[in-house]
Design a protein. Structure first.
Lengths: 449, 100
């Protein structure tokens, strides 16, 4: 049996643990949990994995305690790591058949018209639960705030909902949306952010009405500040920004530099508040990133700025597995946006606490190099040789161009070449590419024996 | 055999290493707790021994907690801990270590 959850309540989520504790009490075994993502708040899954209550997992994020227990091979079946677009696709094409969807919602009316807006635990949007509600056999809405009917606009429509359950609290609002994410003052991150904005400016795609998405990492966020300067300089405006919405994006939106915001997840309080404003639109995971529908917005992106744990000399990116082999990340929309955007920019420091980011081979592939165009590091910028147009556009600029091999050599020169991590034969996770093909397998690291 | 007292150098911040030297007879003994043990552990232990021996430190327990420090940092922390351990506060060989 497959049950599903979304992660809009983020680190403040009470719903997953609450439901799993009841299932545990009932003694139901052999469940597959299909979550849009998993994190710290979902640690009750660990004992459920250890005693066979949960034997399969489909998720984007796999980190902290859950990442460790899965890396150790305690989950009966290999976990399937799916991007946000990949999960939407898998639900729609029937790869995943959800038996019961448990959908935490900030507000709902008694018929299950449910929304991420209002209530005690405002998440702004409920984008990732859209497919669950439409395709699951049974849909359970869980809320702490019942409102008068009709609860419109409704992210989850009552016509799809079987049960509405009122609980005391669906989450801890302080951990659902973090307060103001402070913009970095780290010189290294600011310098990288400046180079990212410079690459965008010179790329040939920086035109009035352009679209972009940035991640929530330090350098990605800081890019928005430099972007504003370049927009002023070129006298252009951004047509729409998408994401993982954060305060810097909201600030650009309020100041009129961004016309529309497309929101599949609100990362902070400013984004949650903005989700209530005109011009800030909720989109479903499928609208955001599904490779097989007819109108995913990732395909209309001009730019995406993404992070990386590792990048190899073929421009493949790993954002799922630590260099020590332990699961500690999430594809999120990484492979989806990279495939869709005209210009995909990866920004990451060359070395993190001795671990070379740029290296011969990534520990596992999340996003294939063919969809990655530019790597911005603190020691230079490498452009994928497939993108001769960008290399030509950057030729007479101050962008510090290097080859990807030169970046790798620099990393190895400073840090030394890392000894390869040894793995057992046991496969603990499969990395599924957005189209459903398996792009890599993850094995149990020997040091966890 | 030098007379040394317990001494420490460095921090447990990311990209740093904390080196503690304790008096102990019977050769060099190293303990290493490193965030990059699997990839660089053996290399770091060899580096600590090489640095200690070049300083003439033959009998001691050296405890290192490494948070992903580069070689230059680890060497510098071992040297500093050593000079603190032998109580040398003047005529330090800045920028030109004995082991070079």
């Amino acid at each position: 049996m497959t049950i599903s959850f979304h992660h809009h309540l983020r680190d403040g989520d009470y719903v997953v643990n609450m439901v799993m504790k009841e299932i545990h009490k009932l003694g139901i075994k052999d469940l597959t949990v299909c979550a849009s993502s998993l994190g710290k708040a979902h640690d009750y899954l660990v004992p459920c994995i250890e005693d066979g209550t949960v034997t399969g997992i489909s998720t984007s994020g796999i980190r902290d305690e859950i990442g460790e227990v899965v890396s150790k091979g305690k989950l009966k079946h290999p976990a399937v790591i799916r991007s946000h677009g990949g999960r939407a696709r898998a639900i729609e094409d029937g790869t995943i058949k959800i038996d019961v969807a448990f959908i935490g919602a900030s507000t709902s009316d008694v018929y299950g018209n449910a929304s991420g807006k209002g209530g005690k635990s405002d998440t702004g949007v409920l984008s990732y639960a859209d497919g669950d509600a439409k395709y699951a056999n049974r849909v359970v809405v869980i809320t702490d705030t019942i409102v008068a009917s009709p609860n419109f606009p409704a992210s989850i429509e009552g016509v799809d909902v079987d049960y509405v359950v009122k609980v005391d609290s669906i989450g801890d609002p302080a951990k659902i949306a973090t307060g103001a994410l402070r913009l970095t003052k780290d010189t290294r991150e600011l310098n990288m952010a400046r180079e990212v904005a410079k690459c965008m400016y010179h790329s040939g795609y920086f035109k009035d009405g352009f679209s972009f998405q940035t991640g929530a990492g330090g350098s990605s966020l800081a890019t928005t500040v430099f972007l504003k300067d370049y927009m002023q300089q070129a006298d252009i405006k951004c047509g729409w920004a998408m994401g993982g919405v954060t305060e810097p994006i909201v600030d650009l939106f309020k100041a009129g530099f961004v016309n529309k915001v497309l929101d599949d997840q609100s990362f902070d309080l400013a984004a949650v508040a903005s989700a209530h404003q005109p011009g800030h639109f909720e989109i479903s995971a499928s609208q955001y990133a599904n490779p097989f529908n007819k109108g995913a917005f990732v395909n209309q992106l001009n730019f995406v700025i993404l992070g990386a744990l590792e990048v190899d000399t073929d421009f493949n990116v790993n954002v799922v597995q630590g260099s020590n082999g332990v699961l500690r990340g999430a594809p999120g929309g990484h492979p989806d946006t990279a495939a869709g955007a005209d210009v995909t920019i990866i920004v990451a420091p060359l070395i993190r606490s001795r671990m070379p980011t740029v290296r011969d081979r990534v520990t596992s592939i999340t996003t294939p190099g063919e969809s990655v165009d530019i790597i911005v590091t603190d020691y230079g910028v490498a452009v994928n040789p497939n993108r001769q147009d960008l290399l030509a556009a950057f030729k007479d600029t101050t962008i510090p161009l290097k080859t990807i091999e030169e970046l790798r050599d620099l990393a190895y020169q400073y840090a030394g070449k890392p000894a390869p991590v040894e793995f057992d034969d046991q496969v603990v996770a499969l990395v599924e590419y957005r189209d459903g093909t398996i792009i890599d397998t993850i094995r149990k690291p020997k040091h966890l024996n | 055999m030098q007379t040394i007292k317990q001494a420490v150098a460095g921090t447990v911040e990311s990209s740093d290493a904390q080196v503690m030297i304790l008096p102990q007879a019977g050769g060099l003994k190293i303990t290493l707790d490193s965030s990059v043990y699997d990839q660089y552990g053996q290399h770091i232990i060899a580096l600590i021994i090489e640095t200690a021996q070049a300083l003439g430190l033959d009998d001691a327990l050296i405890k290192v907690v490494d948070k992903g420090a580069l070689d230059c940092t680890i060497k510098a922390r071992v040297e500093t801990a050593y000079y603190r351990a032998i109580g040398q506060t003047t005529n330090l060989p800045w920028g030109c270590s004995k082991w070079q």
